[in-house]
Design a protein around this ligand. Structure first.
Ligand code: GBH
Length: 449
């Protein structure tokens, strides 16, 4: 079960960079250490009943105190790069005004530790942890948040830009807009449905403004990272096809078109308008050194008569992850998405970076010896082969990243879902590499050979 992809696939993967990912709120713990300010995720975890297991992201991996262990694990894997995120409220506890030297020093040390291990630091500026101070002023509904974000980008680039040239700006704006502001599954837990759409434009504007600042501090690799899915209509009926069209519009094109083409898709089908000002789209589309794609699964869509015109359906007979039947495992969906993107965006598609790909399966809370996570190995092998297929079909792909290096705080699912190559005991923070860790290490070595 632990076999590597076939030699023909490995040939296509020879020039790929390899990485593993985490995010600040999911791994750092230490929510009040050294003057860190509160984010919307602190509020979310403190609201009773919001997080499945009632956990608060602490201690979890406690990477704020254990980053040398993380870097040693990355070094053992042999990855080229590490995707982590910077906590806005460690850097600027109140979102503006005074920066916090102790918070910045944590990332400063992490960057030095990575460089000493010959790993390229590839931070994400924003992985969902908006300062509460800004949410109180409307959060991503408020255009001013984009300007505050650019100021934060400048401060962290001033601190790290002499050593860091690779940056993701914003992680999955679609998740923040849809899960955070439209249906309330994620922070800030608002239920505005389509009234949440200004949050799309303001996050994309924030990406564009931050990219400008990063580049003035020596950044050479700057891009956004969007969550994408291959949309499959439930049937050939006109209603299902229309529903699938709308889902593709709001999940994929709404976030990719402005970044890659400098224009929003026609939203007439939704009857909404975005708060776009003259010049915004030039800023949003100006710099794409790469295009970040997080991919987990395809999405089968049928028509619905409810408040939203579509419904997500299981894919009959597909195996699924620990999240259940709505999370089918269909690696061909990744190849299909990548080839479609190349056809849709043509010369406007820069090299693609797979910024996240991975899966959660039921696993024990305590690791008595190595965890034989063959389901995860199977998932990863399938998706890496899918990347090889896309490369063979002519898609320019620069990097593949596993979500996640570590078992961590899975947002509203708390510690109940495990995505790591490394098992983490959420009480003791003890790290134990799983079988998938050894498998990924062998794959990276083999692909380079
Ligand atoms: C990403 O969210 C986030 O960027 C990251 O912080 C998060 O931890 C990660 O995905 C995992 O959820 O993987 O097939 O078991 C994207 C939304 C929703 C995608 C849950 C993965 C679980 C299905 N995620 N989904 S599966």
């Amino acid at each position: 079960s632990a076999s590597l992809p076939e030699t023909s696939s490995l040939t296509h993967l020879a020039r790929l960079r390899w990485s593993a990912a985490t995010a600040a709120f999911q791994i750092e713990g230490a929510r009040t250490a050294d003057g860190r300010g509160r984010s919307i995720w602190d509020d979310f975890v403190d609201m009773p009943g919001r997080v499945r297991d009632g956990s608060t992201a602490e201690p979890g991996p406690d990477s704020y105190h254990r980053s040398p262990e993380d870097v040693a694990l990355l070094h053992g894997l042999g990855v080229d790069r590490y995707r982590f995120s910077v906590s806005w409220t460690r850097v600027l506890p109140d979102a503006s005004g005074h920066s916090n030297p102790k918070g910045i020093a944590y990332y400063d040390r992490l960057v030095d530790q990575l460089l000493a291990a010959d790993i390229t630091p590839f931070p994400t500026l924003y992985h969902w942890d908006l300062p509460v101070h800004l949410e109180e002023q409307g959060g991503w509904l408020n255009r001013d948040t984009a300007e505050r974000f650019a100021e934060y980008a400048e401060i962290i680039a001033e601190a790290l830009g002499d050593r860091v040239a690779h940056w993701y700006t914003i992680n999955e704006p679609v998740s923040t807009s849809l899960q955070g502001y439209a249906i309330g599954e994620l922070a800030p837990a608002r239920t505005m449905l389509f009234d949440s759409l200004p949050t799309v434009h303001h996050q994309l504007l924030a990406h564009g403004l931050a990219a400008q600042r990063l580049r003035t501090h020596g950044a050479t690799h700057v891009g956004i990272v969007n969550n994408h899915t291959a949309v499959v209509p439930a049937s050939l009926s006109e209603n299902d096809q229309t529903a699938a069209y709308i889902y593709d519009l709001i999940h994929n094109r709404l976030f990719a078109d402005p970044v890659l083409l400098g224009e929003y898709p026609d939203l007439a089908a939704l009857g909404v308008e975005l708060p776009v000002r003259s010049g915004d789209l030039d800023i949003i589309s100006a710099h794409n050194d790469f295009y970040g794609v997080n991919f987990y699964n395809p999405t089968r869509i049928g028509a619905s008569g409810g408040p939203v015109p579509f419904e997500i359906l299981p894919i009959p007979d597909a195996p699924h992850t620990g999240f259940g039947p709505l999370w089918p495992i269909v690696p061909e969906g990744l190849t299909a998405f990548l080839i479609d993107a190349k056809e849709r965006y043509g010369v406007h598609l820069p090299p693609v970076i797979i910024g996240e790909n991975g899966a959660s399966f039921p696993e024990p809370d305590h690791a008595d010896g190595m965890i034989d996570d063959r389901d995860r190995i199977h998932y990863l092998r399938g998706h890496i082969e899918a990347v090889a297929e896309a490369i063979a079909a002519g898609v320019d792909i620069e990097e593949y990243t596993v979500w996640s290096l570590l078992d961590n705080f899975e947002w509203a699912e708390g510690f109940t879902q495990r995505f790591g190559l490394v098992h983490v005991d959420s009480e003791t923070s003890a790290r134990t590499p799983k079988a998938s860790y050894d498998w990924y290490r062998a794959l990276i070595a083999e692909a380079r050979a």
